[in-house]
Design a protein around this ligand. Structure first.
Ligand SMILES: *Cc1c(COP(=O)(O)O)cnc(C)c1O
Length: 295
């Protein structure tokens, strides 16, 4: 995958900002069609640690459409490691394309009912083997944040005043805060409803826990994690028509909708220069009926 880093580029949005604030998108989605941009970055140091500690298999958790699961399967195989995915919910007659891809990359899938899935520590204890290296759901943790910080080094990002990203576990956002310059502010769009732990989860991963260079926005979740409305689909279609950038239904559509809304509300001072992180995730759109989106 390292050789694909050169596919990453910056794209200036056209007719997006109501004023004259320039908005650029960092296209991590161009890294790979299935393996989500930010997930691959978050996994790098976890895999390095697994190898350094003599482990031969990585084990982690996720749902049937999880970007993290498929990225872990891919990245583990690339690093010469085996992988096990503990999947939320009972096995269905046919696997989702996401799980099919994960299996094709060599992941062993273990289905766990929703009740048992809640207690990750118990699952870990029950399944643990000496050769296993465990990664938390979504790649959360200091090593995940460290890898995500390298996103800002893929191109020259030093001239931006604000960097915007979607936040699930907040790992990527913490990494961006740690890796950004002192004149930069990180704006996170939370994709979960009322996730009031998020700020604390992020702060735990910061090099400077007192940092005030970040803000969270909690009103762009569209009903909750992986929920959508007609308004969101209209936005995704319009964004594709004007920018030729595909977005995913869980993270980047809500991020760009939120960015636009903040611009319309004059949130950013004159002279701001915005960089929006397109963190990938497009494979998840395969959960939609065909024809629902034009890309
Ligand atoms: C997982 C994911 C995120 C959120 O990353 P966190 O580090 O969990 O906050 C954002 N965008 C995409 C496409 C993702 O797959």
């Amino acid at each position: 995958m390292t050789e694909s880093l050169q596919n990453i580029k910056i794209q200036r949005l056209v007719n997006f900002s109501p004023g004259d604030i320039p908005v650029d998108v960092l296209r991590l989605d161009l890294l790979h069609p299935i393996v989500s941009g930010n997930k691959w970055f978050k996994l790098r140091y976890h895999l390095e640690e697994a190898i350094a500690t003599g482990k031969t298999t990585v084990a982690t958790f996720g749902g049937a459409w999880s970007n993290h699961i498929v990225a872990t399967a891919f990245a583990a195989a690339e690093a010469g490691l085996g992988s096990v995915g503990l999947i939320r919910g009972d096995q269905t007659a046919s696997l989702s394309p996401t799980l099919q891809d994960a299996r094709n990359y060599g992941m062993e899938l273990v289905f766990v009912d929703r009740e048992a899935y809640r207690d990750k520590e118990a699952l870990k204890r029950a399944r643990n083997q000496p050769e296993m290296y465990w990664i938390m759901e979504g790649g959360y943790g200091p090593l995940g944040a460290k890898g995500a910080g390298e996103i800002l080094g893929t191109v020259d990002t030093s001239a931006y005043t604000h960097i915007l990203c979607a936040a699930g576990t907040g790992t990527m956002m913490a990494g961006l805060i740690n890796a950004s310059g002192s004149g930069q502010t990180i704006e996170g769009i939370s994709v979960l409803k009322n996730n009031l732990d998020l700020e604390n989860d992020i702060t735990l991963l910061l090099n400077d826990p007192g940092s005030s260079r970040f803000h969270l926005h909690h009103s762009y979740h569209f009903g909750g994690y992986a929920k959508q409305t007609a308004l969101l689909f209209d936005f995704m279609k319009g964004f594709w028509a004007t920018q030729l950038i595909p977005t995913d239904l869980v993270y980047t559509s809500k991020l760009l909708f939120g960015t636009k809304d903040l611009l319309l509300n004059n949130y950013f001072p004159a002279g701001s220069r915005l960089l929006v992180i397109h963190s990938g995730g497009l494979q998840g759109n395969r959960s939609l009926p065909t024809g629902k989106l034009p890309f």
